[in-house]
Design a protein around this ligand. Sequence first.
Ligand code: GLA
Length: 382
Amino acid sequence: MDVKKIREKFAELYGGAGAVYTSPGRVNLIGEHTDYNGGFVLPGAIDKAMYCEIKPNGTGRVRAYALDLGESAEFGLEEADKPAQQWTCYIFGVCREMAKRGKPVQGFDTVFAGDVPLGAGMSSSAALESCFGFALNDIYGLGFERFEIALIGQATEHNYVGVMCGIMDQFASCLGKEEHLMRLDCRSLEFEYVPFNPEGYRLVLLNTMVTHNLAGGEYNQRRASCEQVVAAIAMRHPQVRLLRDANLHMLEEVRAEVDATDYMRAEFVIEEIQRLLDACTAMERDDYETVGRLMYETHAGLSKKYAVSCPELDFLNDVARESGVTGSRVMGGGFGGCTINLVRDELHDAFVARATAAYKAKFGIDAKVYDVVIRDGARKLA
Ligand code: GLA
């Protein structure tokens, strides 16, 4: 990403210069749709990020310019000032959530841009929220911890964007660490950094270029399904507050009482939480063949039971299996975006060539390829 372009635009629009911050997108090795169910996730921050230049302007208003869209906006900081364009809601929401926590920000000028592909399952929205959360916290000396900034980003999604997401994406963007994944327990919010340097393997993302918009409602419906099942189980087992607290036996007990679709979705989540734990155990003994097998199981579950895949993602998953790739699955919220592939070094080039050619032949679309590099989370650049 060329930060110079942001700098030039900032000087042109507002005169002078501000401070520059960045916050990255993320990958997730395994553990999908588990975060809002209190389960575990295993994300890492990547080398694709959002960047903003920012400077207080001494007024009560924000002037913002989205360089990638060529769009500008101006808005106040009171609740009633909520702007119309979707991208402005992320910035406005972060400011409001800070104010709600007793630490209001003042007006500022900003230009931002990024190279996290939008709607590709790599958390462009979380990167944007975390970038502004981190930047505003720093320039106004608000004293929020990184984890609180992540929670501010998540609350922005809930209250100003309309996606009832979990904490994984904002957490990874704010707390990422180079060459490490993070095993986060989304119930206790305890986490540990897991060194990730799988010798002999590489992680590569294939972007179907089918973009999703999680605000479309399907994501929230998945969450609602899980909550319905929890409510049914809690009638018998009051200690169960999240699917994390349940097991397959408890689920079976309520089979006749819950909707068949909700049942299947809950079954996926309970299995997925266990799969992540199994994958972590396998990683401890560098057994990436087992990790890969579990990734394929995750894909099958996300496709058949959780129903968040699409023909394009299923196709790329099939090509990966047929090519002998160790592990492959849809990554992130789903409904489009990327597959994440764990592939042996010597197979990497042939697999990428085969998958992109087959994908083009089948769908007429050029899939984009990203080799994953695990980087640090939110930080100040200049
Ligand atoms: C999106 C959400 C996350 C998580 C994933 C699925 O990325 O923002 O909170 O639920 O989907 O694992």
